[in-house]
Design a protein around this ligand. Structure first.
Ligand code: ADP
Ligand code: ZN
Length: 743
């Protein structure tokens, strides 16, 4: 059976080998064992139940909580040549009946169902009328109260499954489950002697960082500038902050979407689609965003603020790099953010017990934000995994700053805490060390402690921070509950006994992920082909091929169908569907390269076009400072031959512009932002399309802008803008720069 599974992996998905864990999980299922599998995000859960589904007689039911994910999965399966469908609440009655009819006829290998759409009679009729060998539960942590995303409808469905008279094989999958949650899942689903697979929570392709004490807007500018052309998510805590960060990005000329509870359903759905289709590069969102999104090429997830628990953080951060390529997760941390979260918990609904659980989780999250230990290790240990080596690429692992010996300060703090005998919190301990005349301190007689006033010269906040740091490093612990108290932890002993020193690092660094892959003209041509083809088929580009597959195609330059099938991510169905087009693009490149000079010329040309486009195209300030960034912005001529650039989005905008519409009107008619349309027009100009400059760059202004550029330089937009009267817009400045670059 396993040999057959391997064969399907190659034939259907185009992958040569199973990933860590997949083979064991599939093997167990094929032996007829109930299964609980914990795989990190992007670890390849779907294959684990899809391959058994293909091998088993009948239709596999897949329980999945999210409508959009379900749709993606079914689309992807159909593209791979596998019959699959879904039942969820987004469907009309007719469509629903039709899927039910075909399901009863046994047409599908996989049927995805959303629990909230099912009631008991419906579930009964499904299971009675169909041959169901196997039920796969995705995001299985949703059945557990202890999880971070409990859903009553999941619990209900789990109950029906557990009580089925002739219950099929059941496998539950999740990416995040503490031991407690795992036990709960197994119990709720009534798993029988399940095989439990824990593939490890570590995500090799993620670089985790915590950055604290930084000017966030300045950080954002620099961060975005160094990551031109990368897709990412920025999580903010509140609607207001989401709006603010979004505005900052727009100001930088970055195409960004926003997503929060204050927007209407339609607007949110549209933002999400634009992000999925790569029409906006960055999404700024509250934690309301992301559950339904399975975009593989998210290169970074930046947290503007600390979330409330490690589970949420890792789940949100884990949306980076689902395609397995190097990606970054950065948390911006300010101690004050802890207060915000604490407030949210205290004001929240839920009983006292639930609140204390949340507060305890918040403390762990805070410890993560302050730890000097390997961040990846910290997280996997939280999920119960031991003996994971340091990742070597998180901000802690990379921190090469000097270690400062702070044993003395630690001893002072520790002995003060010891004298407080676990009856007070960090704030009070800090007041005592400060020597505060606070009423409560005096009432309790704490001013008589020998440690009173030991840090009288430090600001109180700094003392509290120092205590928190000692907590994060395991020298102190905080109790659970609403008013956590602080006491000595086991880790303090060696220090108190003088056997160990306390060393502190001071600075944090964020390494740029090694994701900036060098592109080639052929890669660009393939990418453009993918964009156009995906737009025609109305699916996101990744649905055709991932970037990694395109890159491999560009490197390997296969010339035949057989060779094409050796490329990772190309199975039989995709080779049939797209093989000819892809091969003809490759041949057109390699064909001319009989003289490699031609290829070189193409490369130079592409680099030139790209450079000028990057200098101006999106107005991203620091894109202009470096033209070394290999991220592609514009395509090569060869691409347009094959792809028909006439249909391209930016060219459409130009056509409308030529027909007399204003930028504003075009934006409204296409449901895109004005900034996007402006970007389109400039891109067209740079690609050599004729454009009526007078309409975008009023004559009387041109001279003044040119003068300002001479004066402050053409490197950055902002100084130019500041040197000019208000009515001169960024767009006019960009237009002027573009025009000058064209000579
Ligand atoms: P998750 O566990 O997050 O649900 P997916 O099932 O979506 O992950 O898989 C993540 C990505 O990894 C998908 O694009 C999938 O096609 C790819 N993948 C899965 N298994 C393999 C494999 N054995 N080799 C290469 N890529 C794989
Ligand atoms: Zn590390």
């Amino acid at each position: 059976m396993l040999a057959k599974a391997r064969q399907l992996l190659k034939q259907v998905y185009g992958y040569d080998t199973f990933r860590k864990g997949q083979e064991a999980i599939i093997g167990g299922i094929l032996e007829g064992r109930d299964t609980l599998a914990i795989l990190p995000t992007g670890g390849g859960k779907s294959v684990c139940y899809q391959i058994p589904a293909l091998l088993l007689e009948g239709t596999t039911l897949v329980v999945s909580p999210l409508i959009s994910l379900m749709k993606d999965q079914v689309d992807a399966l159909n593209r791979l040549g596998v019959k699959a469908a879904y039942l969820n609440s987004s469907m009309g009655a007719t469509e629903y009946r039709e899927v039910m009819r075909q399901a009863f006829m046994g047409e599908y290998k996989l049927l995805y169902v959303a629990p909230e759409r099912l009631d008991a009679p419906m579930f009964a009729s499904l299971t009675e009328q169909m041959v169901i060998p196997f039920i796969a539960i995705d995001e299985a942590h949703c059945v557990s109260q202890w999880g971070h995303d409990f859903r009553p409808s999941y619990r209900q469905l789990a109950g029906w499954i557990a009580r089925m008279s002739n219950r099929p094989l059941v496998a539950a999958f999740t990416a995040t489950a503490t031991e407690e949650v795992s036990r709960d899942i197994a119990a709720m689903l009534g798993l029988r002697d399940p095989r439990i697979h824990v593939s490890g929570f570590a995500r090799d392709n993620l670089s985790l960082s915590v950055v604290s004490g930084t000017d966030k807007p300045a950080f954002l500018r620099k961060f975005m500038a160094e990551r031109a052309d990368q897709s990412g998510i920025i999580y903010a805590a509140t609607r207001k902050e989401t709006e603010q960060v979004h505005a900052m990005l727009e100001k930088m000329g970055i195409s960004a979407g926003k997503y929060h509870g204050g927007l209407g359903d339609a607007e949110r759905a549209e933002m999400q689609e634009k992000f999925r289709f790569d029409e906006v590069r960055v999404m700024v969102a509250t934690n309301a965003f992301g559950m339904g999104i399975d975009k593989p090429n998210v290169r970074f997830v930046l947290h503007w603020q600390m979330p409330g628990d490690i589970e949420s953080y890792y789940q949100e951060a884990g949306r980076a790099g689902r395609d397995g390529e190097e990606s970054e997760c950065i948390l911006l941390f300010e101690p004050a953010d802890v207060q915000v979260q604490r407030f949210l918990i205290e004001q929240g609904t839920g009983d006292q017990e639930r609140k204390s659980i949340q507060l305890a989780k918040l403390h762990t999250m805070m410890n993560y934000s302050r730890t000097q230990r390997c961040l990846q290790q910290f997280i996997v240990e939280y999920f119960g995994e031991a003996d994971v080596p340091p990742c070597g690429k998180c901000s802690s692992c990379l921190d090469k700053s000097e270690l400062v010996d702070r044993t003395d300060d630690a001893l002072k703090a520790l002995s003060c805490v010891a004298r407080l005998k676990g009856r007070f919190g960090v704030t009070t301990a800090a007041k005592v060390l400060k020597g505060s005349r606070d009423k409560r301190v005096l009432e309790w007689g704490l001013d008589r402690l020998s440690t009173y006033g030991l840090f009288s010269r430090w600001p109180e906040k700094e003392i509290a921070d120092w205590l928190y740091w000692l907590v994060a490093e395991g020298y102190l612990v905080m109790s659970e509950g609403q008013y956590p108290t602080v006491s000595l932890a086991a880790g303090s002993l060696p220090v108190l006994e003088g056997r160990e020193k306390v060393l502190q690092r001071t600075r944090t660094t964020v390494r740029k992920a090694a994701s900036a892959q060098v592109s080639s003209p052929l890669f660009e041509a393939l990418r453009e082909w993918r964009r156009v083809t995906a737009a025609r088929e109305k699916v996101p580009p990744f649905m055709l091929f991932f970037d990694a597959t395109l890159r491999e195609l560009a490197d390997a330059a296969p010339m035949t169908h057989e060779e094409l099938l050796t490329v990772k991510g190309i199975g039989a169905a995709k080779a049939d569907k797209y093989g000819d087009e892809v091969l003809s693009i490759i041949r057109s490149f390699v064909g001319t390269a009989g003289s490699s000079a031609a290829l070189q010329r193409a490369a130079d040309e592409a680099a030139d076009v790209k450079r000028s486009a990057e200098a101006v195209g999106s107005g991203n300030e620091s894109r202009m400072q470096s033209n070394a960034d290999p991220a592609p912005a514009v395509t090569v001529s060869a691409a347009s031959e094959h792809a028909g650039a006439a249909g391209a989005s930016h060219v459409q905008s130009l056509e409308q512009f030529e027909a007399g519409m204003s930028v504003k009107e075009i934006a409204a008619s296409r449901g895109l932002s004005e900034v996007t349309i402006e970007g389109h027009l400039i891109r067209c100009a740079l690609e050599g399309y004729k454009i009526d400059w007078d309409r975008i760059l009023p004559r009387p202004y041109e001279g003044r802008i040119a003068a300002a550029i001479e004066q402050v330089g053409g490197e950055k937009l902002k100084p130019i803008k500041e040197a000019l009267p208000k009515e001169i817009t960024y767009f006019m400045i960009k237009a002027c720069l573009a025009k000058r670059s064209l000579g």
